[in-house]
Design a protein around this ligand. Structure first.
Ligand SMILES: [Zn+2]
Length: 214
């Protein structure tokens, strides 16, 4: 899989249509207690070196300008989750549609397991940039690599930046499918056992660590 730096990753996310304007932010851990994060209000389309901020996980700015307003989420996830090395936050269209309904992404399709469990939870609403929102996200991401944020968007955290982008793209696509299915009728869900089988199979394929299967 391609190894992305932050600038390439922002351009990829922009090209995929996952973030527009100056919405969303991403980060990459560079040490146990340090990470790089996109700056406040930067454009994903034309990110430059000057738009990257180095932060300590205690919240101290080590280099660069003002970090994204959601830096607390990044600090807290890196503090609490040793397995997370990169974080992608988007306001992608269908993830937002579902998040505005305060609905989780349930086991309506086997690929929901790409986030590490039988569902992708939706955390309660809190004002952007607050400790309350960060706490809500950390809780909703327990045993998962992603969660929806009510009336806001999507957060993904995984071992590699390319994998976090892959999960964000996959979840956006699943949200689109689920929203469309909901509009037509009753969506048939997979059982806990069926999703457990998928999660086991994904472990063998390495889908939860690398890029997806067919
Ligand atoms: Zn946001």
């Amino acid at each position: 899989m391609k190894k992305y730096n932050l600038i390439e990753a922002c351009k990829k996310i922009y090209t995929l249509g996952l973030n527009k304007g100056s919405s969303g932010n991403i980060s990459q851990r560079i040490d146990d207690d340090k990470f790089l994060i996109t700056s406040s209000g930067c454009s994903f389309e034309s990110l430059e070196e000057k738009d990257i901020v180095t932060m300590a996980i205690n919240g101290k700015i080590m280099n660069g300008e003002t970090p994204s307003s959601e830096w607390k989420i990044h600090c807290d996830l890196y503090k609490k989750r040793a397995d997370i090395q990169s974080i992608v936050h988007t306001h992608s269209k269908y993830a937002c549609v579902l998040a505005c309904l305060h609905k989780e992404l349930p086991a309506f399709h086997y690929m929901v397991a790409v986030a590490g469990g039988e569902n992708v939870r939706c955390c309660p609403y809190a004002l952007f940039g607050t400790q309350e929102l960060s706490n809500n996200v950390v809780k909703a991401m327990e045993n998962r690599s992603a969660c929806l944020m009510a009336n806001h968007g999507l957060v993904v955290g995984s071992s590699k930046l390319a994998h976090s982008i892959y999960i964000a793209e996959e979840i956006e696509s699943l949200c689109e499918q689920y929203v469309n299915a909901l509009a037509i009728g009753e969506v048939m869900l997979l059982t806990k056992e069926q999703m457990q089988d998928v999660l086991e199979k994904f472990k063998n394929y390495g889908t939860l660590r690398k890029e997806g299967n067919g």
